[in-house]
Design a protein around this ligand. Sequence first.
Ligand code: UD1
Length: 417
Amino acid sequence: MSKYLVNGGFRLCGSAELQGAKNSALPILAASLMCGGESVIFNCPRLSDVSAAANILRYLGCSVRREGDAVLVNCDAVCREDIPDSLMREMRGSVIFLGALLSRNGRAVMTFPGGCDLGPRPIDLHLKALKSLGAQIKERYGVIECSAPNGLSGAKIALSFPSVGATENIILAASTAKGTTTLTNAAREPEIVDLCEFLNKAGAKIYGAGEGVIVIDGVKSLSGVNHTVIPDRIVAATLMSAAAATGSQLVLEGVIQSHLNAVISVFEESGCYIKCEMGKMLIKPPERLSAMPMIRTMPYPGFPTDAQAVLMSAACLGKGTSVFVENIFENRYKHVGELLRLGADIRVENKVAVVNGREKLYAAEVEARDLRGAAALVVAALAAEGESEISGIEYLERGYEDFELLLSSLGAKVKRI
Ligand code: UD1
């Protein structure tokens, strides 16, 4: 088990380049399974979740290797259609291989995915949509067996909720189905647009990515391409929170401003000066942050649930009361108990967390229990006076590349032990 020792209460300074987005890299790695020849995925972050996806591809018979920031995948020798439980449990994102395997092999066998425990994470929407595309699905003893012996066929699918993973699975499966699929109430996240750009370069015909209605004309085959993963907007939100919590001026490089509109407006309303130009973002917080406007997590373009925890850490030091409403996941306040140990004043009732800002936080021993909660504890510890010990850093490493090195380059006193 790895830990961070964070000696906090100091300002950060300097500039940081954003890593590639985990939530783009994972579905794109799954999509490479459907491509003939080699796919080269640039700006692919070094994360344990990315290694887990690479291990699934290797198990299926693909060759996967890293060269610098790129991951090269060749899936011409795929020889299996099952994913063992040990690999499925490593991350939630593994469910994305369902659509890709079905499209590639006409059959997929896997167990329910693992990942961070954010409350129940059903995959009913994925399975219902794949059935509409003609898949036969059997579920027994936690094993899902999907088959489409005569191939998949396009269909009209309306999601009851714009699930990110279900939208990705439908796009993957429909890309090589016979005929046209029309998907309504699709998720509109930038990572979905990135996946569709990869697939369209590979020969798919997907229209409307980033909008509520996506139309997919199935094609016979796809071929490997070069693609650069978009920058990680949640890592950007984390660094913005670290800047705001410690009163530090930072520059983030490789930012796509439009992906961060909901987050930027919260920081601006709490008194930060933010300027974006040519992919660089300057954030200059006030001496002490004001209370945040009410934050309600929503599907994109609303405020991202993945940024809720890190902004809450900054709100702990704001002037006045900030209110958070978590609408996406049931169990996404596990960082709160640990923030209390650092001296925060937060009350939670069901979906709502009320944060009364304190002038200071103080170092403590805390334990991370999920990925974004881990990042929130790091943000709070950077601002808390004294040396905090954060355990459960393996959660952080699912989504943040060499985070202690990045923070150290900004002047933070962080050691990984
Ligand atoms: C993805 C992201 C995750 C982010 C989340 C919401 C990846 C690898 N992960 O997760 O970081 O927090 O989007 O932005 O991209 N639901 C159902 N049935 C389903 C599917 C989902 O009820 O079949 C519910 C979930 O329980 C949850 C909500 O829908 O309450 C959102 O889930 P979804 O958008 O599917 O999130 P993920 O794709 O799992």
